[in-house]
Structures are given as C-alpha cells and as structure tokens.
Design a protein around this ligand. Structure first.
Ligand SMILES: NC(=O)c1ccc[n+]([C@@H]2O[C@H](COP(=O)([O-])OP(=O)(O)OC[C@H]3O[C@@H](n4cnc5c(N)ncnc54)[C@H](OP(=O)(O)O)[C@@H]3O)[C@@H](O)[C@H]2O)c1
Length: 396
C-alpha cells in the first residue's frame, strides 16, 4: 500500500469536465499503446441477442487524475446487468454518465455492462497515491460507468480496493457489487456496525442469491442472529453460510411462519413486491427497528416521469411510507448500491480473516457471456455468476 487512502471526487477538483480539450492538460502520457480492446457491448436495449462481441471497443482513457485503468481478470454479473441490457434505468443513468465517456454520436452505445471487477492496475492517474501499477484490485462499478465485460476498465481510485489475498480473481469478482450494496443497506441505511450487532435479530428476505449470501456471512461475523427465507432446496446452502434459522417460502404463506417467531431488529428485503405489506409487522415496535428494501421503484419512476418529477415522486413515496410506519413505531427505508473502495477495504479484512467466503454459483468464459446472462436471467441464484475475462483469473 503506497499511501493512506484519500477519498477525492475528481470532478470536484476539475469542474471543467465537459470538454475533451479542457481536461487534456491533466492526462498522463499512457504507457499502454492501444486504441481498442475486446469487449461485449450492446448497441441497443433488448434481450440476450443484443449482446455483441467486439474486438474493437474503444480503449479506456484516464480523464481525471484520480482514475486508474484496470486489466480485468474476472467480471461478476448481477440482476442489474440483465435489467440494464433491457433498458431499465436508461434515461436516468444517461443523465449521470460522464460526457467524456459518451460516444461522439452523443449516444451511450456501444454500452459495456458488468458491475464487478477483479484485476490488476495497469496505469494510475497523476493524483493516485494509494495504488500503484500491478496492484491486484477489486471494485464494484457504478451503473453509469462502462462495465467490466471488457479487457480493461477505467475507474475512480475511490471505487477501487486491494483484492483479498486469499481469493482468486474469479472468487473476488463474486463479491464487490453485492457486498457494497449490502454494506450500504445494512450499515449506512440500517445503522448496523460490527460493534452493535451482537444479539440483534436480523431477517433476510431472499437469502440464497448474491446479496443474501454476502449479508448472511457479514452479519454472522458481526455476531447477529440471522433468519433467512429461501426455497426448500437452498436451505442447506444458507445454513452452511451460518444462518441460524431458515424459513422455506415455498412451503406455505411465509408471513405466517415468520409471524410465529420472535420479532426482528432489522429486515433486509431482497424480494420486494407484496413483502412490505406484511414484513414491517415482524419488527420490534418502538425500539428503532428498521425495514430496508433493495427493491424500489426509484429508476422506474425517474425513467417514466423524467428525473425531476421522478425524484419528486420517489421522495413523496418514501416520505409517505416512512410516516405511515413511523406512527406504528418502526422505520421504513429504501436501500441502494453505493460504490465504495473504503467499504471494500473493510470487507477484504473480513475475507482474509476467513469470516466471509466467495459464493460462486457458476463460472463462464469470456466467449460465453450470453450464456452467463441467460443464467442470471433464469433466477434461482445460489450465490454469484462470474465471467473469466483474462487468463490468470484463477490465480490467488
Ligand atoms: N437497490 C439497489 O441498489 C440494488 C442493488 C443490488 C440488488 N438489488 C436488488 O436486490 C434483489 C436481490 O439481488 P441479488 O443480486 O441477491 O439477486 P439474485 O442473486 O438473483 O438472488 C435472488 C434470490 O432470491 C431467491 N428468491 C426468489 N423469490 C424468493 C422469495 N419469494 N422468497 C425468498 N427468496 C426468493 C432466488 O432463489 P429461488 O428463486 O430459487 O428461491 C434467488 O436466490 C434484486 O431484486 C436486485 O435487483 C438492488
């Protein structure tokens, strides 16, 4: 580690980011003499048939001094990749995209998906002190940035963290997006910490997928009592990750089985739909107990109503529901993915201490990206789907 991590938002330092020439004085002469790279891209939104392998995707450029170029060894897939392929969030994410990364046509296409990366730093911007070339790193890539289904990706150093030494790149790529989402939901929104979890009763609705399998392990490492809902054939799997109590949601009305248990301090909802009509009744009232759902209409609202009206609608919905449940003595919250190198630093320590294991459901080669999408799209995940991009993905 070459220096203390300094969290810098490069665009604050260089607000003139809208013109290529205005920032060119901050470029460093690249040691990588390439203009193109192999990548899986989409040129329009749709089903799996829009995925196209390109040998000539444009090579990433360091536009800001706090950025790094990472050679991708392995890329994890998430449900958001499938929904982004179909156009979900397109209007909202386009607003957030850096104009320097929009193609000359003014379009986001060709778009590269893939939110998890494990790989090696090839080049650092001039302001990067914490990392150096050849560092092995992992990161969760925000959905408004070019993704990891490519040979290289450019990221802000704030989003990157040194990879756990005990994991191969394939294993490491199974963790960052679900881990930073669970961290944001449980720690930032839910108020849990390693020091206040002991004896807390936590319910995870949907424990067998990517977010659930990570959240179980993190909460168990912090001493919580963890109850999980999953289907019957995942019961042994989630118990093996440390779950204290499992409820099979396919065996009958899950809310009835859960209501027979002691009440909970926090519920993490990975399922959504009708769950919030009964889940908040399972919380301990007047004790600060929280329900945090990851399944929200946030992007749907901003996509359909536009960013301004959609945000108003989102704020109104959350406020109305929060108030409705506040008078019953429990807290209602929406949880979101938040990119965070510092959170991944803490998660790395838990991984290297043996408290958290990567849960890889299935691995695909770079040539099999459409099959990997089909697998994620089918649902019934038992952990994560990972694509091996470069040779060496299995090296620890
Ligand atoms: N808000 C955000 O920023 C954010 C970020 C990440 C993820 N998410 C969302 O969070 C959700 C979970 O993400 P993930 O990556 O963990 O998804 P995932 O890997 O696809 O896992 C979903 C899991 O839920 C299980 N399941 C399905 N229906 C269930 C039910 N009624 N009760 C209990 N378990 C059920 C599935 O297995 P079976 O079907 O075999 O039971 C599967 O194991 C997704 O909807 C995702 O879009 C939101």
């Amino acid at each position: 580690m070459s220096a203390m991590r300094r969290v810098v938002e490069s665009s604050w330092l260089f607000p003139c980011k809208n013109s290529r020439t205005s920032v060119s004085r901050f470029f460093k002469t690249s040691s990588i003499c390439r203009n193109v790279m192999p990548a899986w891209v989409i040129d329009k939104y749709g089903g799996n048939d829009v995925l196209r392998f390109s040998k000539n995707a444009s090579f990433p450029i360091i536009h800001y001094p706090n950025e790094v170029i990472v050679k991708v060894f392995a890329a994890g897939l998430n449900p958001i990749d499938v929904s982004m392929r179909g156009g979900h969030g397109a209007a909202t994410l386009s607003m957030k995209r850096d104009p320097l990364n929009i193609h000359q046509t003014g379009s986001e296409f060709p778009l590269i998906l893939g939110r998890d990366v494990s790989g090696v730093i090839m080049e650092c911007g001039l302001d990067v002190k914490y990392f150096q070339e050849r560092d092995e790193v992992w990161a969760a890539i925000p959905p408004w940035k070019r993704g990891s289904l490519a040979e290289f990706v450019v990221l802000s150093a704030n989003e990157v963290s040194l990879k756990p030494k005990t994991l191969s790149h394939t294993e490491a790529a199974a963790i960052p997006y679900v881990a930073t989402t669970a961290w944001s939901a449980l720690v930032n929104t839910g108020g849990l910490t390693r020091d206040n979890c002991a004896k807390k009763r936590i319910l995870i609705l949907g424990g067998s997928g990517g977010v659930g399998t990570f959240a179980i392990q993190m909460l168990k490492a912090w001493g919580a009592h963890v109850t999980v809902t999953c289907s019957q054939n995942a019961q042994r799997f989630v118990t093996g990750l440390g779950t204290d109590h499992v409820v099979d949601y396919t065996a009958g009305p899950v809310e009835v089985a859960l209501a027979a248990l002691d009440k909970f301090d926090l519920i993490l909802d990975n399922i959504g739909g009708s769950t919030e009509s009964w889940a908040l009744n399972l919380l301990k009232p007047w004790s600060g107990a929280k329900y945090v759902t990851l399944v929200t209409p946030f992007l749907q609202n901003t996509d359909s109503l536009g960013v301004a009206d959609g945000m108003l609608q989102n704020a109104a919905t959350v406020a109305r529901k929060a108030l409705k449940y506040l008078v019953k003595g429990v807290h209602y919250r929406w949880g979101f993915f938040a990119p965070s190198g510092p959170a991944l630093d803490e998660i790395r320590e838990m991984v290297d201490a043996g408290q958290i294991h990567a849960v890889v459901d299935e691995t695909f080669s770079f040539a099999q990206v459409p099959q990997a999408f089909a697998k994620v799209e089918k649902g019934h995940a038992r952990g994560k789907t990972v694509v091996q991009i470069n040779k060496g993905a299995d090296d620890v």
